[in-house]
Design a protein around this ligand. Structure first.
Ligand SMILES: [Zn+2]
Length: 314
């Protein structure tokens, strides 16, 4: 009896919601309805709403899980010898991430490393709590640890409470290796967005009998000015030197400035959810990655030429 009442209530709510939707279906509303989810939570007008960020976790490869939230991604890479977490998001989303870790069947105590992409709060804000919960070693580029430490006790965005920062742990530098189980990762630094700014090559991603080569983080340009432009070229060439990338593991659902060709994380996840046996894996997309890398090198060179001209004119 209780069940029937609940079902009736749900169907009434659905009818009401549908009515409201049809009633205000202006072209703008229709456009908003078509907006990719990755864009909605990263850059859309609703991106600052807390609740839309608290999404359910999903499996992307046999050994890779997205544990949320929507706009900035925390990933868990599992190995037989323990797991590696990439990025921790920030408050007020950490409770949901912890819940999601358990939901995908990962024991928090099996997480051996927490790798921080760079020293911005949306990437490391959850690291203090996760460091305590898991006992994992926390890895960041040395220059970004300084940046992380400096944000202790300050009030960041999205959360009115003062920031807690992780205890300074492993300070990584260019070329460092991170080995765990069957994963042999190589850490790189691409300074610009922050003084450290990491990307990681060598992730082996399993899909049944297939193993794909993944990269986490996309490098990025240098800081403004001539020195930054020179560094930008170094960064772009470093990313381009990584051979055979088949899967780009994004740190954010939506890639600035215009998304990511072929879809951000949540658009590809949608395809993955309805994928049939024999279909290609929607996250395996070397062509789009290679085009991005090529564009990155070209843009970095253009920026350098412009900065050199500016410097010569002085
Ligand atoms: Zn950032």
């Amino acid at each position: 009896m209780t069940k029937r009442v609940l079902m009736l209530t749900a169907s009434c709510l659905m009818t009401a919601a549908l009515g409201a939707y049809l009633a205000d279906e202006t072209p703008a509303a229709a456009q908003a309805a078509a907006e990719p989810m990755s864009k909605t939570c990263r850059v859309g007008p609703r991106a600052r709403e807390v609740e839309i960020q608290k999404i359910e976790p999903f499996k992307v490869f046999d050994n890779l899980y997205h544990v949320g939230p929507c706009y900035v991604s925390s990933w868990i890479l599992t190995t037989p010898q323990g797991d590696i977490m990439f990025d921790t998001s920030q408050e007020p989303f950490v409770d949901k991430i912890i819940e999601n870790i358990s939901k995908v069947g990962v024991n928090p105590r099996d997480i051996k490393y927490i790798v921080i992409n760079h020293g911005h709060l949306d990437h490391f804000g959850g690291a203090a709590r996760l460091q305590e919960l898991t006992g994992a070693r926390v890895v960041a580029i040395a220059e970004d640890w300084t940046m992380i430490d400096a944000q202790d006790g300050k009030v960041g965005n999205r959360d009115p409470k003062p920031n807690r920062v992780p205890k300074r742990d492993i300070a990584a530098k260019e070329g460092d290796h991170l080995d765990l189980g069957d994963q042999h990762l190589i850490i790189h630094t691409a300074p610009g967005h922050t003084p450290g700014n990491m990307f990681v090559e060598g992730l082996l991603l399993k899909d049944g009998a297939n193993i794909y080569k993944g990269i986490w983080g996309g490098g990025g340009g240098g800081a403004p000015g001539l020195a930054g432009a020179r560094q930008g070229v170094i960064n772009a060439n470093k990313v381009a030197a990584v051979q055979g990338v088949q899967v780009y593991i994004q740190t954010h659902a939506w890639q600035d400035p215009n998304g990511y060709p072929g879809g951000g994380i949540h658009e590809r996840a949608k395809l993955l959810a309805t994928r049939k046996a024999g279909d290609p894996h929607p996250f395996v997309d070397p062509a789009t990655w290679n085009a991005r890398v090529k564009r990155g090198v070209e843009n970095a060179q253009k920026t350098l030429v412009a900065e050199e001209a500016k410097a010569a004119a002085k």
